[in-house]
Design a protein around this ligand. Structure first.
Ligand code: SAM
Length: 239
């Protein structure tokens, strides 16, 4: 891959970066996204952060090879430790689990003062990010869902604001499925949640036949609640 051609997933992330904003891409791996943003989107300055040595070295090599080392600073460190308190206006974190992304934001809260937009692409558990937004007064402004190479990805865009606003009186379903995604009802959305619902039903049936422990009973209640919520959002597709 080079910096002129990105995956559809990362291109969708790039689409939400505000024009002219300075950006930190955390967990940047080869730094494909910052290179693309600087070369094609007129982004003036970016930080590429990496915690692991191999990906950090790949990012350094790629940035140097493209002659971008004066505008992309490749840094090694955990999460938001690599950025200064008022250094960037936009943060992207892509290709990790939602729980890890939420923990990176939680640990790096003091770095978010100057940040106007968060663009987050969890591979799983987007729910953890929506909950973190809610608890930290970040308003979910938009969501995307797309399928690429047989995998379905969600992208969440947040800005400081009224964290409860997107959910109205449908908080449980909104947190799980996404308040915008459940309204947009795209093909990828139906595919993802129909498969998840089938999986929950399969586990539920196994638990019904298992011995009745306190733990199994709690798990069954949780599954049943998620299955009912999924029935609500998938209703038109399944009928
Ligand atoms: N962001 C790229 C993308 O979406 O294609 C790379 C995703 S790759 C699967 C995840 C990267 O995040 C890995 O290179 C990993 O080393 C890095 N990573 C994981 N935890 C991190 C942390 N706490 N801080 C910085 N980087 C981290």
């Amino acid at each position: 891959m080079n910096s002129d051609k990105l995956s559809a997933r990362l291109e969708m992330v790039a689409k939400y970066v505000p024009k002219g904003a300075s950006v930190a891409d955390i967990g940047s791996d080869h730094a494909y996204l910052p290179c693309f943003l600087v070369k094609n989107f007129g982004i003036p300055f970016a930080v590429a952060g990496e915690v692991a040595e191999g990906p950090f070295q790949s990012a350094v090599r790629n940035v140097n090879a493209q002659g971008l080392s004066d505008v992309i600073s490749v840094r090694t460190g955990d999460g938001l430790d690599v950025v200064g308190p008022d250094e960037v206006e936009c943060i992207t974190i892509a290709g990790m689990g939602g729980t890890l992304i939420a923990s990176i934001l939680e640990k790096g809260k003091d770095k978010l003062g100057s940040v106007k937009r968060l663009i987050l692409q969890p591979n799983i558990h987007a729910l953890s990010i929506r909950k973190w937004f809610l608890e930290n007064n970040w308003e979910l402004k938009a969501e995307e869902i797309l399928e690429e190479d047989g995998k379905i990805y969600e992208i969440l865009i947040g800005e400081k604001g009224d964290a409860k606003k997107p959910y109205g009186n449908n908080m449980d379903a909104g947190l799980l499925f996404g308040p915008y995604l459940s309204k947009s009802r795209s093909e990828a959305f139906f595919k993802k949640w129909s498969a998840e619902k089938k999986n929950w039903e399969r586990i539920y049936t196994q638990l019904v036949h298992a011995s009745e422990t306190e733990e199994a009973s709690v798990k069954k209640q949780e599954l049943l609640m998620k299955i009912r919520l999924a029935e609500g959002v998938l209703v038109n597709e399944e009928s």
